[in-house]
Design a protein. Sequence first.
Length: 230
Amino acid sequence: MKQYLFLLFLFISFKGFAQTIDLSSYNDFLKDHVSKEGVVDYDKVLENIDELNTIARNFSKISPNGGWTNNEHKAFWINFYNVNIIKLLVENYPIKSINYIREPFKNETLDFTGNKISLDLIEHKVLRNLGDPRVHFALYSTATSSPVLKRTAYTAETLDLDLDVATRTFLDDETKNKVNLKGSSLSKIFEWYKEDFDLVPFVSKYSSKGNISTETPITYMEYNWLLHRE
C-alpha cells in the first residue's frame, strides 16, 4: 500500500508553477568524469564525491508532476537514475561489479522528496510505464554490457533524438549485439524486457548492421556485470 500511494504521488496532477531544473552542474560533472567512450572514471569521482552528492541532493528535491510532458518525465528520471547509480557504486568503491553490493537495484536507498526509493522502482514502475522502450538504452548499469553513459544530461527538448542515438549506438556495438538476418545474438536487455519490445521492427529500425525477420534465429548474449572500464 505504501508503494502504491507513493507511485500515485509521482503521477498525480496538481496546480503549480513548473520547476526549473538547472542541469549545468550535472553537465560539468559528466564532462569532467566521463570519457568520450562513456566510461566513468570512478577514482576521480571518489575524489569529488561531495560534488556528486550535491548533484544527487538537488535532483532529490524536484517533484515531477502532472503538468510535465512525457518527455520531461522521461528526461528527469533517466538523469535521476544515472546520477544515483554512480553515487551508489562510488559509495562502495573499489569493487569489481555493482552486484558486489547487496541487492543494489532493489534496496530503497535513494533520497527523493523526503522518501527513500530504489533504482528498480524508477526503472520498472516509472520509466517502463511511460511506454518508450528506448529508455533501456539511456540507463547506465555501470556494467561492461551496459549502454554507455551519455556525457551530457538528457533534456526534454532533445530527448527523442538522444534516445534514438543511444539505441542505435547500443545496437551497433558488436560486443553487445550481433545483428544478422540469418541469425542474431542480442543483448540480454531484449530478453529481460521482451514485453517492452516489438522486437523485429525495433531491431530492424535501429540497427545499421542489417534487418531481422520473424524467421531469424535469436539468441541472447550473457550480460557481463564486471565494472565498465576502458
